[in-house]
Design a protein around this ligand. Structure first.
Ligand code: ADP
Ligand code: ADP
Ligand code: MG
Length: 669
């Protein structure tokens, strides 16, 4: 076994690898860029080597710097994590030449599977079911049209070197094939420096189901069940689970055995993933093989009890697998949610900044539930624009699928992140979605269910009652605390008022306190709009999470005092709720509502950024789709276009201006 390994990665996956290495008694070396000087993975490792400036191309992606760090520290092996150098055959070869072990497959397998066209040929030869299509490079638009005609529409045009959901285009007609071919090719060229594209049948409304394989250097190859990753946004995974609610034992076995056959065909060793799409009749088709540890590997670990990183390290050290196929049992259900630094209310625009609060739910086993949170950040960490915007991978395990989903729901509700925009509310809303809960999902789920993006969920009447109960309970404690402040005049009569009105959004609910007193913990018998309900909680002012039961239902919700009451976030619902005395409510109704300004006649800056150019003049008529302005943010130029035909009436910004989000760039007549 190795005595020292280097982890050529950052963030959560570097921390993940270090954890297992430490468990195995192996000394770890971290590498870090300028931006990661104070990162958690650097702190966790036994040693750390600085490898250069913040951009990955000058640090984490430079093979020579990693090799130099190995030599300087005496690391005998390198775990690459995912992304960065993990699928670069030339990196493995360079390590091999220096006598350093790559903890992953051999360069031959990486080369064979790294290219989508080549891997599809391999898969075909290994009798793996592949998506019908053209097994070669498409020469030009006319060629693309001919092939598409033979395959039948719709088709998908894909970059052979593609990854991360980039470089693919769907085409439903001849015209779309021509256009899609040109665009896929130029995207492939600019993203991957390789403009080869191919065409395959587009499988309508499929599921994404992938098989985890594990192989050693002694000819043993196993499959560790599947993960379903159908909850995707723009072909990128958001929520994953194991097992799949869709597969039966027969299909699982067929997919598993084909995956093993493919792994054997390329002499695969280490952990790897064979991705398939599966249609509604359970026909499955090979998509690609990822020759590395996958982001969503924890769900497999939770249902199999196998530590994949440990297996990778053992295989790389030459050990034989200690597990046989018959030892692999899928136990219970696991779900993973990816927490991203992005704003779900603004079309998932990336967000950066410092984590002023970062309080994940407690990890561990709680009764029949397991909570696991893989992360590379801590309170005070900075989410920079240099790297992946994933903040954490929250996983839950339970004996059944619905119990795992409910555990996830509660864990998300009690996950506090401040300082950046994040997608927790979106994930929390997903966990309540009936189609997801029933397992009726496909890769089109998010696009179909959230066609106009995500908006906070409006509470139904039952949920309103829960929110009103929480608002009343917290308001009583808030007032009690104010009353006890030193130097304040004795408050009123001091007696607990019976009647209250809770305003939640536009709704007013009547609350009566039937029984109970102000104390911590607190128990109140209430009626809400006439319906009786008991609320229990040990919340105290200042706590960010309100935990308790309302009408027998277990609730964890985030509560923050705001100007007019409390902001309560629960299951994707986010409202301001305020408990008032009836007289206050009566007067409050008379207050003029602050109306949001009409922004339909303005071009707002969608993100903080720098105006590069203004493409129009005052008085100019513009057609829908024409460029209005270009704003640079996060090193990307964003072209802002007219959404409809309009006339520019006023320009409020000029090139060089630095704008805040929502700043008015121009106005329309
Ligand atoms: P990447 O390398 O970017 O991960 P994949 O080939 O794995 O690319 O595809 C990513 C996703 O795109 C899949 O999970 C699936 O949702 C969708 N996809 C890819 N190929 C097809 C296809 N032929 N038909 C339908 N959907 C597809
Ligand atoms: P509200 O949010 O309903 O306006 P506040 O707590 O902000 O209530 O208090 C507004 C005023 O009402 C303060 O002067 C406060 O002392 C008074 N007040 C607070 N609690 C009570 C109570 N239980 N009965 C009567 N007056 C109260
Ligand atoms: Mg993929």
């Amino acid at each position: 076994m190795f005595t020292k390994i280097l982890v050529a990665n950052r963030g959560e996956i570097a921390c993940r690898v270090i954890k297992t290495a430490r468990k195995m008694g192996i000394v770890t070396v971290a590498v870090y860029s300028d931006a990661d000087r104070d990162a958690v993975h650097v702190e966790m490792a036994d040693e750390a080597v600085h490898i250069g400036p913040s951009p990955a191309a000058q640090s984490y992606l430079v093979a020579e710097k990693i090799i130099a760090a190995c030599k300087a520290t005496g690391a005998e092996a390198v775990h690459p994590g995912y992304g960065f150098l993990s699928e670069r055959a030339s990196f493995c070869e360079a390590l091999e030449q220096e006598g350093i072990v790559f903890i992953g497959p051999k360069p031959k397998a990486i080369k064979a599977m790294g290219d989508k066209i080549e891997s599809k040929k391999f898969a075909n030869a290994a009798k793996v079911s592949t998506v019908p299509g053209w097994l070669g490079v498409v020469e030009n638009a006319a060629h693309a049209e001919r092939i598409a005609g033979e395959i039948g529409y719709p088709v998908m045009i894909k970059a052979s070197a593609g990854g991360g959901g980039k470089g693919m285009r769907i085409a439903w007609s001849k015209a779309e094939v021509r256009d899609g071919f040109d665009r896929a090719r130029s995207e492939a060229k600019s993203s991957f420096g390789d403009d080869r594209v191919f065409i395959e049948k587009f499988i309508v409304d499929p599921r994404h189901i992938e098989i985890q394989v594990l192989a050693d250097a002694h000819g043993n190859t196993l499959y560790l069940g599947e993960r379903e990753c159908s909850i995707q946004r723009r072909n990128q995974k958001v929520v994953e689970e194991a097992p799949s609610p869709f597969l039966d034992a027969k299909t699982r076995k067929a997919m598993g055995e084909q995956s093993v056959a493919l792994a054997k065909a390329v002499d695969y060793q280490s952990a790897g993933t064979v991705e398939f799409i599966v249609d509604s009749d359970k026909n499955f088709y090979f998509l690609e093989m990822n020759t590395r540890l996958q982001v969503e590997h924890p769900v497999t670990e939770l249902v199999t009890g196998i530590d994949l990183v440990e297996q990778m390290i053992r295989v790389a050290a030459g050990e034989k697998l200690a597990i046989k196929q018959s030892d692999v049992k899928l136990n219970g259900w696991a779900v993973e949610s990816r927490l991203y630094a992005e704003d779900p209310y603004r079309n998932f625009l990336p967000s950066i900044g410092r984590l002023t609060k970062y309080r994940p739910p407690k990890e561990g086993k709680f009764g029949e539930i397991v909570i696991r949170n893989d992360t590379g950040v801590t309170e005070g960490s900075e989410i920079s624009m240099f790297y992946d915007p994933m903040v954490a991978k929250l996983c839950t395990w339970a004996p059944t699928r619905l119990a795992a989903i409910d555990a996830m729901s509660e864990a998300l509700d009690s996950f506090v992140v401040d300082g950046i925009e994040h997608n927790i509310s979106f994930l929390a809303a997903l966990m309540q979605h009936p189609r997801w809960r029933e397992g009726q999902i496909s890769t089109g789920f998010i696009a179909e269910e959230y066609p106009d993006g995500f908006a906070p969920i409006a509470p139904n009447s039952e949920e309103n009652a829960v929110l009103a109960a929480i608002a009343t309970a917290v308001e009583l404690l808030r007032r009690d605390r104010l009353d006890r402040l030193g130097g304040r005049l004795a408050p009123h009569s001091g007696a607990l008022k019976r009647d209250w009105v809770v305003k939640i959004g536009p709704d007013y609910l009547s609350v009566a306190i039937v029984e109970g007193m102000i104390s911590i913990p607190m128990e109140l018998d209430l009626t809400i709009d006439g319906k009786a309900l008991t609320v229990n909680s040990d919340w105290r002012p200042g706590d960010l999470i309100w935990r308790g039961t309302v009408g027998g239902r277990k609730v964890a919700a985030q509560v923050r005092p705001v100007l007019n009451g409390f902001r309560i976030a629960w299951k994707g619902i986010s409202v301001t709720a305020r408990a008032m005395l009836p007289r206050t409510a009566e007067l409050e109704r008379l207050m003029p509502e602050k109306v949001a300004p009409d922004t339909s006649k303005m071009l707002l800056c969608p993100m903080p950024g720098l105006v590069v150019s203004i493409a129009v003049a005052e008085g100019q008529e513009v057609k829908a789709g024409e460029t209005l302005a270009v704003v640079e943010a996060m090193k990307m130029e964003n072209v802002l276009r007219a959404e409809r035909d309009l006339i520019v009436s006023k320009l409020n910004a000029k090139p060089g201006d630095s704008l805040a989000v929502d700043a008015v760039i121009m106005e329309f007549a």
